[in-house]
Design a protein around this ligand. Sequence first.
Ligand code: IVH
Length: 701
Amino acid sequence: MATAHTAEEQIEKLREEIRHHEYLYYMLDAPEISDAQYDALMNQLKKLEAEHPGLITPDSPTQRVGGKPGGGFAKVAHSRPMLSLDNAYNAEELRAWDSRVRTGLSSSESVKYVCELKLDGLSMALQYTAAQDGSARLQRGLTRGDGTTGEDVTTNVRTIRSVPLSVSAKKLAAAKLPQDFEVRGEVVLPHVAFVKMNEERVAQGMAPAANPRNAAAGTIRTLEPNIVAQRRLDLYAYFLLRDGETLLPTHTETLEALRTAGFRVNPHAKTVKNIDGVIEFIAAAEPLRETLGYEIDGVVIKVDSTAQQRRLGFTGKAPRWAIAYKFAARAAVTKLEDVHFQVGRTGKVTPVAVLVPVLIGGTTVTRATLHNADEIARLGVKIGDSVQVERGGDVIPKIVEVVEDKQHPRGNKEIVFPSTCPVCGTELVRVEGEVDWRCINNSCPARVREELLHWASRGVMNIEGLGDAMVAQLLGQAPTFDGETAEVTEEGAPITTRKPLIYNIADLYRLKREQLLGLERVGEKTADALLAQIDRSCSAGLARVLLGLGIRFVGERTAQLLAQHFGSIEALKKATAEELEAVNEVGPKVAQAIVEFFAIEKNQQLISDLESLGLKMTAEKKVVGTALNGLTFVLTGTLPNLTRDEAKERIEAAGGKVSGSVSKKTSFVVAGEEAGSKLEKAQSLGVKILDEEGLLELLKG
Ligand code: IVH
């Protein structure tokens, strides 16, 4: 068939192109196309594959999120044990190891070493096997487990973008690799992803993960591949085996071959000719820690020559030919002097620990977050206690535990969570089922400050020149410049020094040039530039306005969906919770928050003020079908033709909603092959079950 042939070629070409761009993006950090262009290619491929389901192969870039692994993970034996390493903590110990290595070999031989960063994550074995088209395909991903047997976490590993699902025959040839081999490497969670994950956990009332390594380990063992996919794990490859044996003559060549084959190999690796070279590398590596964006806890040093490695062999648990140099821990014990309570934009009150200054990893730490009242209770911490403070991926250090021994007697002053706002005195409120205490005074100066900063921020109105110092001055508070800390009252409230020029967001749009010129460090140029920026923001449109208003749970995407659905603030304002829930991805919690927001008189006033001041409060409406209006679907298992994303897209385009978990409210569960617990739950709740065909029928309306 001529058309099928063309489709096949087209699909293969698209896959190649997508793989190439994934490679540029994830491996080389040098993308050549925008995210939107990448998405467009991916959508094109998804569409073609949906039209020709017979052509979908497991290594297609569309297949990164497959079915679910289903209850627990299978245990699988490693091809060769995954050992740990002996540690060294100083140059002396390294030199002692170097002598042992050289004594183990004959005295005339020279020994080269490869230095690599010691990534602080979890190790992983990736097994590749021969595919018919000459490529190597990812067959299995195993955790280290007990070193001899690991857990099969293939489904989750497949969601990691820096793990190639297949290595083409061409790449194999370039790297001089066979079609079956095993790659070992470290899975890490980058700092940004870690911070995001913890914010979500804390918002949901869960304890934050202590560090990125724990977070990565927890993530890889999650039973929901979709969650793993969202977390943005990374894998750095550092070993290459075949039948349990090192394949290439040197480790330097191994790293190069891995790179050529398309694996992400850490760029900070160096081959050196003796132990002095190792010590130099370590000195240069330690400061990198601050800027890498992922955790490292030392340097791994390996004998370069595979033949020499073989002759050196292993002790019981570790190779003699490698050692881990461990950096000093980025944790320290210090004393908790006091706790301040900070009020955020949403009124959330966050306890902040005031610490006796302590040097951790080259930075003086004086504050640490205590997250919320539950966290204080969990730690059982009191003022005067000695505490273990850790600097992980978070920029903000955290208290990990209370330390108690002879040198560190317990403190005795209870931390009292305030019952009123430390800034404006309004009584704090804790919504049932939530962890946070909030100040509900919309005019609270602390909240107004944060609201203005949020409104001006990048991604919202993007008003340049409206930063900390300017906002403080506009609010009549003492300004801070160049990172000085603002003067505050004893309770941490800002000090008001003169009459504010503005009291809320709308006032920004009423600012006059003369008013600005009266401020510190504001000349004509600065004033005019700021006014122009504020003016420009008037036309940002409804989605940005909604985002800027800071309605709880309304992030960028929800704001956009709401804007597209309702088209104007007038329509949105009038929407009932039910009408709001008809919007894709808007659940009862979000709908409720929106209704509550618009019910508050002050918010109504702000919106009508903004409208009369000329802000654009409309958006282009995007028409969504109505065939599935009001219906909620849960997808489970692998459908014969549609990918999960495809099915979701189609349901949403017809006005339906897709949810992740089955409840009595679910209208239909769409079940494919290897459907698991969700199908069982649907059956037990009496929820209607559809197969793909049934779904397609419904979609036809
Ligand atoms: S080599 C037998 N290279 O550190 C050789 N390991 O303390 C063992 N690690 O279990 C692994 N970065 O999880 C090697 N560049 C690197 C590494 C590395 C991190 C981890 C790995 C290993 C542990 C040993």
